[in-house]
Ligand binder design. Structure first.
Ligand SMILES: Nc1ncnc2c1ncn2[C@@H]1O[C@H](COP(=O)(O)OP(=O)(O)OP(=O)(O)O)[C@@H](O)[C@H]1O
Length: 347
C-alpha cells in the first residue's frame, strides 16, 4: 500500500514536472518561419508551400513532418497555422483510440483549420482509413446506430490541412503517406544552429549567455533544440543559484556535470544503453527489446530517443542480428576494446 502511495506520488510529481517543462518549452517556441532556426531545406520547402497557399487563398496541402523527437515538428505545425492565419487543433495518434474520436474531431473542424496529429504512425487502423478519406475527399462517414441497424451518414468537411508528425515515416502505411502533398524530413541540427537557438532562448529567458558557454551547451545537446533549451535552463539555474548570474563557461561545465551530461552529450539513458550492451551482452549483437528490458525502459524509448543519436555518433551499429557496440563505445566508457569487437560488426 505504502509503496503504491509512493509510486502514485512519484507519478503526480513526474506529471507536474512534465507540465512545467512543457510550459517552459512553449515559451521558447518560435512563432514565425523566419524565426525558425536551421532545417534550411524543410524551411525553404515549407515557405514555398505556404506562400503558394496564401496566394491562392486555399489551405495548404497536407504536410507530413518526420524526424526524431524534439527537432521542432510541433513548433512547425504551429508556425504553419500562424503563417496562413488559421486556427490550430492538436491531437495525437495514441489519443485517438476509436474511429469515433477522430470523427468527432473532424466534424468539428472549421474552414482552413490546421489539424496537427502527433505520432500519426500510432493511429488505429479504422481511424487511419477514416483519415485518408477525409484528407482526400473532405468527407467523413458518421456511423449512427449499432449492429444491423447501423447506417453511415456521409458528412462533408470544410477544406482543412492535416499536419502529421512522426518519428518513423517508414511505419506509415503507403495509402496514408501518399495523401500528404509534402513530406519534410527533419534532421539533427548542426552545433552552429543550436548556438543560434540558444542565444535566442537566452534572450527570452533574460540570462546573459557567453559565446563560449553557448558553444559548450550546443555541443552537448545531441543535435536537438529541445535538449539545448533544457540544458540552458539548467545552466541558468546554476548561474543564478551558485554562480554569478551569467551563463558563462564555468556555469555551463558545472551544471552539465551536475546533470550528468557528458562532453559528447551522452546522458544517463545513452550511457545505460551502451554500458548494458558492452558489459551484459559482450558488445552484442543483441536485440533492442533485450537492451530495453535490461535497463528498465520501453523499447520505443530506446529506439527513438537514444538510438538515433548513438548511431549517428558512431557508438552503435545496427546489424541484421541486432545492435552492436562499436570500438568508440567501449573507448567512451573507458573499457578495453575487445579484440573481436570490430570484426563482429561484419558477422
Ligand atoms: N528550429 C528551431 N528554432 C528554435 N527553437 C526550436 C527549433 N526547433 C525546436 N525548437 C524548440 O525546441 C523545443 C521542442 O520543439 P518541438 O516540441 O516542436 O519538437 P517536436 O519535434 O515536436 O518534438 P516531439 O516530437 O517530441 O513532440 C521547443 O521549445 C522549441 O521552441
Amino acid at each position: 500500500m505504502a509503496d503504491d502511495g509512493a509510486r502514485g506520488l512519484e507519478a503526480v510529481l513526474a506529471a507536474e514536472a512534465d507540465e512545467i517543462e512543457r510550459a517552459a518549452e512553449a515559451a521558447l517556441r518560435p512563432r514565425r518561419l523566419a524565426e525558425f532556426v536551421g532545417q534550411r531545406v524543410v524551411r525553404d520547402q515549407l515557405s514555398l508551400v505556404l506562400d503558394a497557399a496564401v496566394a491562392r487563398r486555399r489551405p495548404p496541402d497536407h504536410v507530413l513532418l518526420s524526424g526524431p523527437p524534439g527537432l521542432g515538428k510541433t513548433t512547425l505545425a504551429m508556425i504553419i497555422a500562424g503563417e496562413v492565419g488559421a486556427a490550430l487543433r492538436l491531437t495525437s495518434g495514441p489519443a485517438i483510440t476509436h474511429a469515433g474520436d477522430l470523427a468527432a474531431i473532424l466534424s468539428s473542424l472549421q474552414e482552413n483549420d490546421v489539424l496537427f496529429i502527433d505520432e500519426i504512425h500510432r493511429l488505429a487502423r479504422p481511424a487511419e482509413e477514416m483519415l485518408y478519406l477525409a484528407m482526400e475527399d473532405f468527407r467523413v462517414d458518421v456511423v449512427v446506430g449499432k449492429g444491423a441497424g447501423a447506417t453511415a451518414i456521409p458528412l462533408s468537411l470544410p477544406p482543412f490541412t492535416v499536419v502529421g508528425a512522426t518519428t518513423r515515416a517508414g511505419l506509415l502505411p503507403a495509402p496514408l503517406r501518399d495523401r500528404f502533398g509534402f513530406t519534410g524530413h527533419m534532421d539533427f541540427y548542426e552545433v552552429e544552429d543550436l548556438e543560434r537557438v540558444l542565444s535566442r532562448s537566452a534572450r527570452l529567458l533574460g540570462i546573459p549567455l557567453e559565446e563560449e558557454a553557448g558553444h559548450e551547451i550546443a555541443g552537448r545537446s545531441r543535435g536537438t533544440p529541445r535538449i539545448a533549451n533544457r540544458l540552458l535552463r539548467r545552466v541558468q539555474d546554476w548561474a543564478q543559484v551558485r554562480g554569478t548570474g551569467v551563463a558563462d563557461v564555468a556555469a555551463a561545465h558545472a551544471a552539465l556535470t551536475v546533470f550528468e551530461v557528458d562532453p559528447r552529450g551522452l546522458d544517463r539513458l545513452d550511457r545505460a544503453v551502451l554500458r548494458t550492451l558492452c558489459t551484459r551482452f559482450a558488445g552484442g549483437p543483441v536485440g533492442l527489446t533485450s537492451i530495453a528490458m535490461a535497463i528498465g525502459e520501453e523499447p520505443e524509448t530506446v529506439e527513438t530517443v537514444a538510438e538515433p543519436f548513438l548511431l549517428r555518433e558512431g557508438f552503435l551499429s545496427r546489424t541484421p542480428r541486432g545492435r552492436v557496440a562499436t570500438p568508440a563505445a567501449w573507448e567512451h566508457l573507458g573499457l578495453p576494446v575487445p579484440d573481436s569487437g570490430p570484426s563482429r560488426l561484419f558477422d
